[in-house]
Design a protein around this ligand. Sequence first.
Ligand code: ATP
Length: 437
Amino acid sequence: NQTGKNLKKLIESNFPKEIKEIIMHGSNLADKLGYRIFLVGGIVRDLILNINNYDIDLVIEGDGLEFARELNEILNGEINTYDQFKTASIVTKDGIKIDIATARREFYEFPAALPQVEQSSIKFDLYRRDFTINTLAISLNRDTFGILLDFFGGEKDIIDRKIKILYNLSFIEDPIRIFRAVRFKHRLGFKIDDNTWELARNAVKSDVMHEISFQRIKEELYIIFDEVNTVDILNDLKKLGILKEIFPEISSWDKVFSMIAQCKKGIEWYKSISKTSEKLNNRFLYSIIFCYLSESDEDLYKKFGLSKNQREIIRFIRIKGREIIGKVTQDDIKPFELFSLLKDIPDEGLIFLTILSKKKRQMKNRVKQFITELRSIRIYITGKDLEELGVKPGPLYKEIINKIYREKINGKIKTREEELELLRVMIKEKREDEEIV
Ligand code: ATP
């Protein structure tokens, strides 16, 4: 199990200074407390693969919670402890994430239940992990610093680029691992081992998907949405029979896949035109696709946990979407009309409409015009200007403001002077009308 390999040099050459500092603090602290300390999981896998991954995952043989608290005394970050699982997580001031676990052995009382925790050693801790490629550990105590521990053949599987579970009941115990297997396959460009694939299929057939909460599935889906290869991942989940289990509401997966692929491009396009792209809620955007293409969207609203406002937006798009696209893509649409059609739709909805549209280029140009020009147009005149000319708040006031807005957006007027001029003319006309009446 101790490979005799020492990764000290790799740690020194591959990790940035901040990460190495945290590792050294951890090492010294564990020595002081008399605990064994290991770097484990994804960060070790990615170190061997030369992939940048700086989420630090530590396992302590000893009191992991005490260790975490003392480490955070040194680092002064934000700490969260989960007493039940004897785990803690720290986020440093630089935003580095550190997960700390107490080496433990888990017993599952029945399939898909939460594990019961009891203290044990590193080997048992690694045995409870999902795949062999995630079972490598590097010792960090001073006397054994850098030594690679490989109990389950993880290093070979990394080199062979293979995803393998550790024991046959793994997927039955935690079906979420099936999602993870497919995700790692596409992220890392690995292959799922034949036996592991078969066991995943069998697990799905034995109805195990219904044992997990949709909350967990949803979290996994959100990670998948953010991956580069979302469609490939979903395609594998379809092949495994998972998608029809978790989304019986959806009949045409080809449409979903096609929309997701377009959505990825849509997000990139949106980022290229918008200055506020960080505010985009990708999750909501993807849920629009699922809800739009489902036969009973009400069920999906619940599954995705959408807010009342978000549900209303999707209902609105369902009823009015095509009609709005039709109007927006007309050749002779005036800017103010475009503005009025799009002003109440959030950006996620706008991107969705560009995906839905058949005249994509036209639609994108119009949405771009709305986002980058029209919606930031403001008028100069204020209530005070109207008041000085004798107009009090009320229906007339609104009518005037709307008209000025319309002319401004349509490009008929530009300066404050022109706005005031129009204002005077409108008031004059109104007064004359009233006199005639
Ligand atoms: P990512 O790059 O997505 O963060 P990761 O492997 O680096 O992947 P996590 O997904 O946060 O990190 O998981 C941390 C470790 O916990 C993994 O290395 C994995 O071994 C283990 N793990 C996570 N989820 C499960 C699970 N459902 N069953 C078993 N082990 C798991």
